[in-house]
Design a protein around this ligand. Structure first.
Ligand code: GDP
Ligand code: CA
Length: 320
């Protein structure tokens, strides 16, 4: 059986995974999920990226939005607002609240996040093994300028959701990452993988944060198996969201080729760019990364499955 490890953020990772399940129905897929976006709200621990993967693969996602639950209502949020209790900028729906209540209750009872995630997945049956990158607390903070010329750090969610990534990001810091340990199962899955994939997730705050947990980057580089990524940047801009702002903060241009270079040939063996970026192929190959231009828009599950097939085919090529 083919063993595939995928490092995943939220929407880009989840939609790709849905395609990968269709493209490789017999494979054993382990997902290492980003937890740097996690935030405590109303006393509850919220794990946006893990939940997006879980809901998307488990059939509970709000399809158009790409995150949150389908058939959602917002009574609790309205009641909290009536008490003047915020933040009001983070939309938690009633169904979603239940997930965070269960998670927080289990963590309070002493279970690590990995065990909690497994318990939540017992309901959703995502068809993959979903592991948080770490059981330790890691929080991505973004450094922005203040009006008086100083600097301040804000939680990634505040930067992304409340500030809509408008203030230029001077730095992105995965607070706590240096002391974090990979969650149980992460390093074993990487060491036992036949293929490792980077879906079109945010290279800085999703995949970059996972790679910042000591041991994970090294394990991937040492696994001795093909590592293939798919560009989240098409035609010089993110397909959705504001990944360009995060790339600028780490000094990387928002192009498919620059993202490949950012990961580097020490980590990546293969890289898929969109057909719109076919002009970038030669440069990426010159940098020592096998590259192909294929359609990379996940317009539906079938398109995502096509991308997953291309990624696995490229992995087969670089192995040879
Ligand atoms: P987040 O945690 O919800 O932001 O999701 P991820 O980190 O997994 O993925 C975000 C990235 O997915 C963004 O940079 C988008 O450009 C990228 N993305 C979203 N949809 C598509 C798509 O259809 N094709 C490609 N190539 N990238 C996509
Ligand atoms: Ca995310």
């Amino acid at each position: 059986m083919q063993r595939i490890v995928v490092l995943a953020g939220g929407i880009g990772g989840a939609r790709f995974l849905r395609g990968l399940k269709e493209a490789a129905p017999g494979a054993e897929i382990t997902v290492v999920g980003n937890t740097g976006d996690d935030i405590h709200l109303f006393g509850l621990k919220v794990c946006p990226d893990l939940d997006t993967v879980m809901y998307t693969l488990g059939g509970g996602i709000h399809e158009e939005q790409g995150w949150g639950r389908s058939d959602e209502t917002f009574t609790v949020k309205e009641e909290l607002a009536a008490y003047g209790v915020g933040p009001e900028w983070f939309g938690l729906g009633d169904r979603d609240f239940a997930t965070h209540i269960v998670r927080t209750q289990m963590i309070g009872a002493g279970y690590p996040l990995s065990a909690v995630t497994e318990a939540l997945c017992a309901r959703w049956r995502p068809g993959v093994r979903l592991l948080p990158m770490t059981d330790d607390r890691v929080e991505t903070h973004v450094v922005i300028g203040t009006e008086d010329g100083g600097r301040r750090a804000v939680h990634f969610q505040e930067y992304w959701v409340r500030l809509r990534a408008e203030p230029p990001a001077q730095a992105v810091v995965p607070v706590g990452a240096e002391q974090a340990k990979p969650a149980p199962g992460v390093l074993d899955a990487i060491a036992g993988a036949d293929v490792i994939l980077f879906p079109p997730s945010n290279p800085v705050v999703s995949i970059g944060t996972i790679l910042a947990v000591p041991g994970i980057r090294e394990a991937i580089a040492d696994a001795g198996v093909p590592v293939v990524g798919l560009s989240p940047i098409i035609g010089g801009a993110p397909v959705r969201g504001m990944a360009d702002k995060m790339l600028a903060a780490v000094g990387v241009e928002s192009t498919a080729a620059a993202v490949a270079g950012h990961y580097g040939s020490g980590l990546l063996d293969g890289w898929l760019v969109d057909t719109a970026d076919s002009g970038a192929v030669a440069g990426v190959e010159a940098a020592g990364i096998r590259c192909r231009a294929v359609p990379l828009l996940m317009t539906d599950a079938g398109a995502a499955a096509g991308m997953a097939r291309e990624a696995l085919a490229l992995a087969g090529e670089v192995r040879a």
